[in-house]
Design a protein around this ligand. Structure first.
Ligand SMILES: NC(=O)c1ccc[n+]([C@@H]2O[C@H](COP(=O)([O-])OP(=O)(O)OC[C@H]3O[C@@H](n4cnc5c(N)ncnc54)[C@H](O)[C@@H]3O)[C@@H](O)[C@H]2O)c1
Length: 364
């Protein structure tokens, strides 16, 4: 599979997308002069199944290298976990000439990215995403950060990695639920990019859910390619990059309301369905297209447990969204594939209706 180049002038980097690419990580680091003092931070679940290849990398590294294994979940995307990374870096005398490698899903990637952005005023950073979601979304684009209390990703920084290395071998140990989460973001790109990719996702959704390699490869490549293009034209989300938040205003609120029992990717799926209904409510999306687009979720909707979702609490959480301006909730809505409208405001009744319809959709 081809690599993708994220073109950000002096902050540019490659995304290597290839089975077994982790085995050549040392070579890739050397080629980019990233071969320094390394702290490799590994998700505990990843280490459980993939420790042999991670140890092989550690042993083959000629310079100083330390490994830190972290047990994470969304509620541990916190200062406490961040401090464990700083603590290791300080105790082991890591200076500015250090490289932090994150091996894990979006949580490890986001925390490590923020640690790299802030330690010694910034050290080099490499992402090795091990979930489908992290591969197609969080590892590319330089958004890093942690949660504070119940507020998601509120402390953070834009900080680009030097390299992203995606090795499909890591996906073999993912649970179906995690594949579903990644698929949520892939579906998002299907709406944002073009009809060809939308039709590909529609035709292959069952195979994607089963993590069939040919389909996953194409889905990852197309998603990363699309995201790289958006990030290259708007690194700091002052305009176009906001389209990547399609479904996310609802999603972040659902995650908070369910105290992270609904995972990020699942919440994105619910959020996109709500955003489709809201787009229709606002007169942007025709009824016929709404019905066509909703069919894309037929294979996944039974897999998402929305029992007990409290609409009022979701709306309250949305009011605290960091994307709001002047106290107004902002949505990314859709007219048709590839035609998204940014910063749309909606009244209470429209938001209520969209949420009611989305909840009904997942209950059926
Ligand atoms: N920075 C961004 O642009 C961006 C974009 C999207 C999402 N995010 C963030 O990403 C996070 C979600 O990422 P995620 O879905 O990867 O979640 P995650 O990091 O929690 O990983 C999901 C689960 O899979 C386990 N895991 C990871 N890799 C595995 C593997 N190869 N085999 C077996 N188990 C494995 C983890 O331990 C965890 O239990 C959220 O915090 C979200 O806010 C960030």
């Amino acid at each position: 599979m081809n690599n993708v180049f994220v073109d950000l002038k002096e902050n540019s980097y490659d995304v290597i997308i290839k089975k077994n690419s982790f085995s050549s990580l040392n070579k890739e680091l050397k080629e980019r002069n990233l071969y320094g003092n390394i702290l490799i931070v590994v998700d505990k679940s990843v280490n459980k199944t993939h420790s042999t290849k991670i140890e092989k990398f550690v042993k083959s590294h000629k310079g100083k290298i330390e490994k830190l294994i972290l047990d994470i979940n969304e509620s541990k995307k916190s200062f406490e976990t961040l401090n464990k990374i700083y603590d290791k870096l300080i105790k082991k005398n890591f200076g500015r000439d250090s490289l932090l490698i994150a091996v894990g899903g979006g949580i490890i990637g986001d925390i490590c990215g923020y640690a790299a952005a802030t330690y010694s005023r910034g050290i080099q950073f490499v992402q090795v995403p091990t979930t489908l979601l992290a591969a197609v979304d969080s590892s590319v684009g330089g958004k890093t950060g942690i949660n504070f209390g119940s507020v998601k990703n509120i402390v953070g920084a834009f900080y680009q990695p030097e390299l992203v290395l995606i090795d499909f071998n890591f996906f073999t140990s993912l649970k179906e639920r995690e594949i579903l989460c990644g698929l949520g973001e892939v579906i998002k790109y299907a709406f944002l990019s073009n009809n060809e990719f939308f039709l590909f996702v529609q035709a292959n959704i069952k195979k994607l859910l089963k993590s069939s390699s040919a389909q996953i490869n194409k889905a990852v490549y197309e998603s990363v390619l699309f995201k790289a293009g958006v990030v290259a034209s708007d690194e700091k989300e002052s305009g176009l990059r906001k389209i990547l938040n399609f479904g996310h205003t609802f999603a972040h609120a659902v995650e908070i309301e369910k105290k992270h029992q609904i995972l990020h990717g699942e919440a994105v799926i619910i959020g996109m369905v709500a955003a489709l209904y809201l787009s229709n409510e606002k007169g942007l999306l025709k009824e016929s297209l709404l019905l066509t687009y909703l069919q894309l979720f037929d294979e996944v909707k039974d897999k998402i447990k929305i029992k007990g979702l409290d609409k009022k609490k979701i709306i309250n959480a949305m009011k605290k969204d960091k994307k709001n301006r002047d106290g107004k909730i902002k949505f990314v809505l859709i007219k048709e594939i590839g035609n998204l409208i940014l910063d749309v405001e909606a009244d209470k009744k429209q938001i209520n209706n969209a949420l009611n319809n989305a909840i009904k959709f997942f209950k059926n």
